[in-house]
Design a binder for this molecule. Structure first.
Ligand SMILES: O=C(O)C(=O)Cc1ccccc1
Length: 663
């Protein structure tokens, strides 16, 4: 039996606060993991969110850090400051450092803040007293002053420890008149939890009002878990996560230009500062603790070198890497697709085989104790960063690859390079644009600059990614095969029947741009069991058939191979240097890579040919792994879509009705 993992998460309580929302946002994905329980523990104050991490009552805590309209949350900064200066004074007293455990910032969560006027009152014009958290007053300033002016009333604003507590206060009012004249400002969740109605929704001054929360833990604390939520940072060691929070006190702050000397170091190393905040150090008048948020630059060593040079200029320095927020909506999307496919379509099995035994040993693990038949028995451990290439058979090949990314726990970092025309697909196209997919227009000059821009955006969003690109550019069809044959004849290339000739330019730009993060290529070859060489999979599995009639492929066979571009193509510069590349050099690199990809596609042609003849990719003795196309746990769909649960029956009914009308 594997040991049960319990994650205790603190947040500013009671339930229904924005901090609660941030905590759920951060840990939701672990709720559905096997052997893992997440316990949310409401705290009385932001201060106890800190102390409960320190004394081990919780493993993590979420604290509000800054708001998009009213800036830094001073209280949180002061608590950070206290922790920082306390550990300083302890070290000065020569007390063993471990007495004050060092906190660590693990990640950030952005929570959209929509405030509501919540009250039992039948006439909101009578409200003269409002309870809320102090941060709310500045976020609803305009609303409050308009309200006072319009109703010629002076409203008494009473601070509470949290917004949800404000609503709770309304429940304890016994006097009818007081109930009529008192309100709270809080989230819709707080209104639901305490069952007090919202009388005015969205009373915040700015649309897009968002609070950034930080998730705190202890240095070394994550060792308790096997969860991969924390970047590997040790004290003063830089992780490859991009945003870092540095905390320090300047050494000779009375000296002329001492702050300037510090800033010059960031400039020297090309490090982009996001914010600088100071708080009084308290120990000494006019001495400050500095908080600097800095983006690491491309060469991961820049920040380390900068910190080395900063050390003589500061009293002490603490470094925290802040993991970028994960885009759960992508994972949710693949979860929804998988759920719908497993519920409403004919069952699909993915049959994975590997080019070599060594690859299968490395990337697939069979857990003998898992549920028989369920995917819990299988774990994929491919690199979380890679360019994924594949032959293209049907429109929805990408779904099966995204599903593998889901099993590999990296479906949040999934991107696809696809034809621009797919942007026009209703709903899906809109979603794909939001998912930062890369759309090509097949005009090299336009595409090249756009791709570079898009890849750079992706790199700032995520350190890790699976970037799927179909080098064939379009899927296999009779007409595309004829075009490919003509092109082959003209360019003296072999005629291929099972795959189309690969195109090089998009692949080249993708590999070059992403090389600073990864030079790994994972190569999939996809075959569908229900057709032979002369029938096209796209004619059998039309979108109509898959999505409306629910007829999915029974067996999707995928052969896995992998390469490292640095080893495969050492004559190409994979350093990611942004120096100007002369056209002749680019031309040479393109040719080199073109020869390489054509060789790989010739191999693919042979693999596909073998597959059509035998129904499998490997010659007999190699192991094949069958994976049911379904969720690891059916509960995942409930956790993920609980808020929008009503939509599922609606979509389901529309789908069932369409199917009924069509049959
Ligand atoms: O009181 C809450 O709900 C909190 O989590 C603190 C807070 C208050 C207002 C905006 C964001 C966070």
């Amino acid at each position: 039996m594997t040991e049960e993992i319990i994650i205790k998460v603190g947040y500013l309580g009671p339930p229904g606060t924005y901090s609660h929302q941030a905590a759920i946002q951060q840990f939701r994905e672990y709720e559905s993991q096997l052997n893992t329980t997440v316990i949310y523990k409401p705290q009385k104050s932001i201060s106890s969110c800190f102390t409960s991490v320190q004394d081990g009552t919780v493993d993590y805590s979420l604290v509000p850090f800054e708001n998009s309209s009213n800036g830094q949350v001073v209280l949180t900064y002061d608590l950070f400051r206290d922790w920082f200066t306390n550990s300083l004074s302890e070290s000065a007293k020569n007390v063993v450092q471990t007495e004050i455990p060092k906190f660590k910032v693990i990640s950030e969560q952005f929570v959209p803040i929509h405030h509501n006027l919540i009250t039992f009152s039948k006439d909101i014009k009578k409200i003269t007293k409002i309870y809320s958290h102090p941060q709310v007053w500045t976020q609803c300033r305009r609303f409050l002053s308009d309200y006072e002016l319009d109703n010629n009333i002076k409203v008494e604003k009473l601070d509470t420890s949290s917004t949800s507590k404000a609503v709770e206060n309304l429940l304890s009012i016994k006097d009818d008149n007081e109930r009529e004249t008192t309100a709270a400002i809080a989230s819709s969740t707080a209104s639901e939890i305490h069952n007090v109605p919202i009388k005015l929704a969205n009373v915040e001054d700015f649309h897009g009002n968002t609070t950034r929360f930080l998730c705190l833990g202890l240095k070394g604390g994550e060792k308790k878990f096997t969860l991969n939520i924390t970047p590997e940072t040790n004290e003063n060691k830089i992780s490859d996560h991009k945003m870092h929070l540095l905390t320090f006190i300047i050494k000779n702050n009375d000296n002329f230009g001492s702050l300037c000397d510090i800033l010059a170091k960031f400039k020297k190393y090309n490090l982009n500062l996001q914010t600088i905040t100071t708080r009084p150090s308290v120990d000494r008048a006019w001495q400050y603790v500095f908080f600097v948020e800095v983006w690491d630059n491309k060469e991961k060593t820049a920040l380390s070198s900068c910190i080395e040079e900063l050390e003589p200029l500061v009293v002490e320095l603490s470094v925290n890497a802040i993991q970028k927020m994960l885009d759960y909506s992508k994972k949710n999307f693949v979860i929804l697709l998988t759920f719908c496919s497993s519920m409403f379509s004919s069952p699909t099995k993915i049959i994975l085989s590997f080019r070599t035994k060594e690859l299968s040993k490395r990337y697939i693990h069979v857990n003998k104790t898992g549920k028989e038949g369920g995917n819990n028995r299988l774990k994929l451990t491919f690199d979380p960063s890679a360019v994924i290439i594949s032959n293209h058979q049907i429109y929805s090949d990408w779904f099966f690859i995204w599903f593998l990314a889901y099993l590999n726990n990296c479906s949040d970092h999934f991107f696809i390079v696809m034809k621009k025309s797919l942007k026009k697909i209703p709903i899906l196209g809109y979603g794909m644009t939001n998912y930062n997919f890369v759309f090509l227009s097949r005009n090299w000059e336009l595409d090249k600059n756009y791709m570079i821009k898009q890849f750079n955006t992706i790199k700032t969003i995520s350190d890790k990614f699976w970037m799927l690109i179909f080098p064939e550019g379009t899927n296999m069809s009779h007409s595309n095969r004829i075009k490919s044959h003509k092109f082959a004849a003209k360019n003296d290339l072999p005629k291929q029947d099972c795959v189309l000739l690969p195109r090089i330019k998009g692949l080249y730009v993708a590999c070059k741009e992403l090389a600073p993060n990864t030079t790994k290529i994972i190569d999939f070859t996809i075959g569908y069991s229900e057709h032979g060489k002369d029938e096209m999979a796209q004619d059998i599995f039309t979108l109509w058939k898959i999505y409306i009639l629910g007829e999915s492929p029974q067996h999707v066979s995928i052969l896995v191979d992998e390469f490292d571009l640095k080893k495969e193509l050492p004559s190409i510069d994979w350093s990611g240097s942004e120096d100007f590349v002369p056209t002749e050099e680019e031309e040479r690199e393109l040719n080199t890579m073109n020869i390489w990809i054509n060789e790989k596609w010739e191999k693919k042609e042979k693999d596909m040919d073998y597959y059509y003849k035998t129904g499998q990719f490997n010659e007999g003795e190699e192991e094949q792994f069958e994976i049911d196309l379904k969720l690891n746990s059916s509960w995942e769909i409930v956790y993920v879509y609980l808020p929008s649960f009503v939509l599922v029956p609606v979509i389901g009914s529309v789908w069932a009705l369409t199917k009924y009308l069509m049959s």
